[in-house]
Design a protein around this ligand. Structure first.
Ligand code: HEC
Length: 250
């Protein structure tokens, strides 16, 4: 392998790393970016509180222990018990939904899925848009439909904060075929938060969901940097060694 090819393979390895990272970040093209900040501990703390208050009634996160969250979010045991552990007694317990899944399935038609890995499965941007996408629909049993998951059986649980919105569709008729294109939302009722604060509320919640679905992500990032540095250093040594070994061979 000459110098150029080994340089090329180093670049290829580096490019692969970057590509894999980009792919893991994911995200559909037409979704608004959640723009979460995984390193922002206060955002994660607010997100944890939001989740326990507004989601854990129906959704569990059964791979997530309170003491793990507490440690990462820099919460004392007392803060953990007072602010997050409404239906748990011991800090090593996992997050259980208050409503038994069987009852929830009967009430809503679909059992509310566990949230431990939801952000990894669907992507942070998807959940961000899902929580912002509920709109009034008289034909739905919950009174709402959703712009990213049409026909969802989840009710608009954050209606007090966001208010209810109406979806505006534009009608297009082409060759006798009528289609409806979604163009945006308008407020039907106002909630206790304005649009900007509601976005922030949802962003914190999604940030927390992204964290629990991958609590070791930040450590893995750090490790990745070391691996790359190792590869570069090793490559330099290999090139020097090769020069040394081959210097007398013509
Ligand atoms: C009143 C019960 C209830 C509450 C409270 C609730 N959900 Fe749900 N959620 C559901 C049900 C039921 C489904 C299943 C919907 C379906 O598959 O149609 C669901 C589905 C979801 C999904 C999956 C959507 C998909 O595309 O599969 C996400 C994400 C979600 N909920 C997030 C949340 C978050 C975040 C909160 C807190 C802000 C929350 N939910 C609060 C009942 C609830």
């Amino acid at each position: 392998m000459n110098k150029l090819t080994s340089l090329r393979s180093t670049i290829a390895i580096a490019a692969l790393f970057i590509a894999v990272q980009g792919f893991a970040a994911g995200g559909g093209a037409e979704l608004e970016s959640a723009d979460i900040d995984p390193g922002n501990i206060s955002s994660l703390q607010r997100g944890a509180r939001n989740f326990m208050n507004y989601c854990s009634g129906c959704h569990s996160a059964q791979y997530v222990r309170f003491n793990t969250i507490g440690k990462y979010l820099e919460l004392s045991e007392e803060q953990l018990v007072d602010n997050l552990m409404f239906n748990a007694e011991k800090t090593f317990e996992t997050i259980q939904a208050s409503m038994p899944a069987k009852d929830a399935a009967r009430w809503y038609g679909t059992a509310p899925p566990d949230m431990s890995l939801m952000a990894r499965a669907k992507g942070a941007d998807y959940i961000f848009n899902f929580l912002k996408g509920f709109y009034l629909d008289a034909d739905s049993p919950t009174g709402v439909d959703n712009s990213v998951m049409s026909g969802t059986s989840m009710p608009h649980v954050l209606w007090e904060l966001q208010g209810y919105q109406r979806a505006i569709f534009e009608e297009h008729t082409e060759d006798g075929v009528t289609t409806h294109e979604f163009v945006g939302f308008e407020h039907a009722t106002t909630g206790s938060l304005d649009a900007e604060d509601y976005d922030a509320f949802v962003r914190d919640t999604v940030n927390f969901l992204a964290y629990i679905s991958e609590p070791i992500r930040s450590e893995r990032r750090k490790l990745g940097v070391w691996v790359l540095m190792y590869l570069i250093v090793f490559w330099v040594i290999a090139v020097m060694l090769k020069k040394q070994i081959w210097k007398d061979v013509k």
